[in-house]
Each structure stands twice: as C-alpha cells, then as structure tokens.
Design a protein around this ligand. Structure first.
Ligand code: SF4
Length: 162
C-alpha cells in the first residue's frame, strides 16, 4: 500500500479507526484512514470501553460548565443521561489509555472531537441537548498532562505529511 518505513506510532480513537465502539455501537471511520496508514502505525483504543463501560451504552457528558481537567481533579463528574455517575469509568479509561502510550512510547494521538473522553477542542455541554462548549474530554486532558500531542479528526491535515 506504499507505506513509509519510518512510520511513527499514532494513538487513534477506535471509532475513527472503524471499530463499532461508540455509545450507539457504531463507528465513525475516517475517510482518509488509508492515507494515514501510509505515514503512521495506528494504535486504536476506546477509553470508555477500557474504563469498563458496555457497548452500546447510555450517552454521558461532563457536567455543565466543567471540562476534562476538572474531572481529573475531582471537581466535576461525568453523568449518564439517565443520571448515573460514570466518572470512575471515564477516569479509569483515561489512565488505561495513558498506560498504553507510556508502554509504547506514543507521543501523538488523533481523537474524536466532541466526545466526553476523546474531545479535543469542544465537547457537549452537559445538558444532553447537542450543544457544545469549549474544552477537552477526560482522556485528552490526561494525555496532554503527560505531553502527548492530541489532534482531532478535524485537524487531520496537520498529521498527514503530504
Ligand atoms: S470513547 Fe473515544 S474511542 Fe470510544 S467511542 Fe467514544 S470517541 Fe470513540
């Protein structure tokens, strides 16, 4: 397929890779996945599954006015739409994802925008009304704390070499 022989490792949200991991049991496979594979060895992960959540699952959002770092600092919760607190699952999933990065020496990640785990620049605002707020998800926040550079699928061009 014409891949380079100096391909860098890139962590990628499993749903962007084409795995049916999202809360509906569906994927959001990238159109340019093949192009990305020429430049990178992709390591797919789903932090919410790694945190012990089932698939499909009830959707969850970070509380209104709060973002991923607040969750990591214990100042905010991640709540399911039905009112169940799933904060612990989200924090565990972020930690497990970081463990993968540390073991493999991964320095870059391509994560799914708007997700309460993987969101990079914006996430849903906590009201379950599809409104967005500025900020990142719990996994993105933890990876950034450990110097992993995180991009969203809307910034894919920054990762492609040509
Ligand atoms: S947690 Fe991340 S990888 Fe998993 S389905 Fe949600 S956006 Fe995709």
């Amino acid at each position: 397929m014409g891949e380079r022989n100096d391909r860098e490792l890139l962590l990628i949200s499993a749903c962007l890779f084409g795995l049916d991991t999202n809360y509906k049991g569906e994927n959001k496979r990238l159109e340019k996945l093949e192009e990305l594979l020429k430049d990178y060895i992709l390591i797919p992960v789903c932090p919410e599954q790694l945190g012990g959540l089932e698939t499909p699952r009830v959707s969850a959002e970070i509380e209104t006015g709060k973002i991923g770092n607040d969750v990591l600092e214990g100042k905010a919760r991640v709540m399911r739409e039905d009112g169940k607190d799933v904060t612990e699952n989200f924090v565990r999933g972020a930690q497990q994802t970081l463990t993968i990065c540390k073991i493999l020496g991964i320095k870059k990640a391509l994560l799914k925008e708007r997700s309460p785990s993987c969101g990079v620049n914006v996430i849903y605002d906590g009201t379950f009304s599809r409104k967005l707020k500025k900020g990142e998800g719990v996994t993105t926040a933890l990876l950034r704390q450990h110097s992993v550079e995180v991009f969203s699928e809307e910034e894919l061009d920054k990762l492609l070499r040509c």
